[in-house]
Design a protein around this ligand. Structure first.
Ligand SMILES: [Zn+2]
Length: 345
């Protein structure tokens, strides 16, 4: 199976967009700090049984499928990456962690461990060292005893994971909860708590903190930018205003590229409409708006994200060196430091 279908459409629409808009701008090497990999046999139950809302079609992403997707999304580029499992209750978490760990080569392919909520610090550190992981990908889906909008960051980012990350300078890839997103007062308070108590943990706020509109991000950035261990990845962010606000306010070296594959391979567009998240797609899905009678001429959400990133960089006057840090250098340095701590520890 391939993550990217309609190859004639790819050649005439998607590839033409890449060649025209991104080929001269993107660096030769890219580091994707946010991508998923899991196999069909890791799925214990149907995706429809998961209560967390998902915006992709793939029911698995093997490592060969992931790397094939990179070759189509980023022709002529070398893509290194930080992968993690699909952190859902319908997935066999331990088998998925073992698959991701088995793929880590310490040169181009890195990984994060999806931790169990009950695991103590000693157990987590042993798992990190055994797999050569660079940190953790905790996720809210495992907090099954609360309403989804009631979940707080520290319900799923456990003290044990924070202790290990703090002790060894490891990465925590954090998807902030709630439809109120990054500016939610509880979310901001929890980030401040983590920064104060675990300052050596490297917290990446995934998807620009899920603040997909300017008004959302602007209400949060003043509080987040002063926390010295907070970073952002731009996976799924398709608003140039959001990327620009984050890049303008965060200190240098805190912003990174991420694809959130399989999301980046979906042809569509995601945006905020009066405070609600809306997805348009070429193919019809239960979670999107589409026109089955005459499919919309969409390109990859991953390319809509690149458009947003390019426009933001152009507006900020960022040259090749800053663009290279954004797409490669910052992530590379962060992952290298975490990985060296694990190997040396
Ligand atoms: Zn993700």
């Amino acid at each position: 199976m391939s993550l990217i279908d309609e190859l004639d459409y790819y050649a005439s629409v998607d590839r033409a967009i890449f060649d025209e808009e991104f080929a001269d701008w993107l660096p030769r090497r890219i580091f994707d700090v946010h991508t998923h990999a899991w196999l069909p046999e890791h799925c214990l139950r149907p995706f429809a049984e998961e209560r967390v809302g998902l915006v992709f079609e793939a029911e698995s992403v093997s490592v060969p499928e992931l790397e094939e997707a990179y070759s189509l999304l980023f022709p002529g580029r070398q893509v290194d990456y930080l992968a993690f499992g699909m952190p859902l209750t319908i997935i066999d978490r331990e088998a998925n962690n073992a698959y991701v760990g088995g793929n880590i080569d310490g040169q181009h392919r890195y990984g994060l461990l999806v931790p169990g909520l009950q695991d103590d610090a000693e157990t987590l550190w042993a798992q990190i060292q055994a797999g050569g992981f660079s940190g953790f990908k905790p996720y809210l889906s495992y907090v099954t005893w609360k309403g989804i909008e009631e979940i707080r960051v520290r319900d799923f980012v456990t003290d044990a994971a924070l202790e290990v990350a703090h002790a060894h300078g490891l990465i925590i890839m954090l998807h902030v909860p709630r439809n109120t997103r990054l500016p939610d007062p509880d979310n901001l308070a929890d980030l401040e708590y983590i920064a104060a108590h675990y300052p050596n943990a490297r917290v990446i706020l995934a998807h620009g903190g899920r603040a997909y509109s300017r008004s959302l991000i602007e209400r949060a950035l003043g509080r987040v930018a002063v926390l010295p261990n907070m970073y952002f990845d731009f996976s799924v962010v398709q608003s140039a205003e959001v990327v620009e606000a984050i890049c303008a306010h965060m200190p240098a070296g805190r912003v990174m590229y991420g694809s959130d594959i399989p999301v980046a391979t979906v042809r569509g567009l995601l945006f905020m409409l009066n405070g609600q998240r809306v997805t348009l797609t070429r193919k019809p899905f239960p979670w999107s708006l589409s026109n089955p009678a005459s499919p919309l001429k969409c390109t990859f959400m991953g390319y809509e994200q690149l458009r947003a990133m390019k426009r933001a960089c152009d507006n900020l006057g960022w040259g090749p060196e800053q663009v290279n840090d954004l797409f490669y250098g910052t992530a590379r340095a962060l992952v290298d430091a975490a990985t060296a701590a694990v190997r040396g520890g």
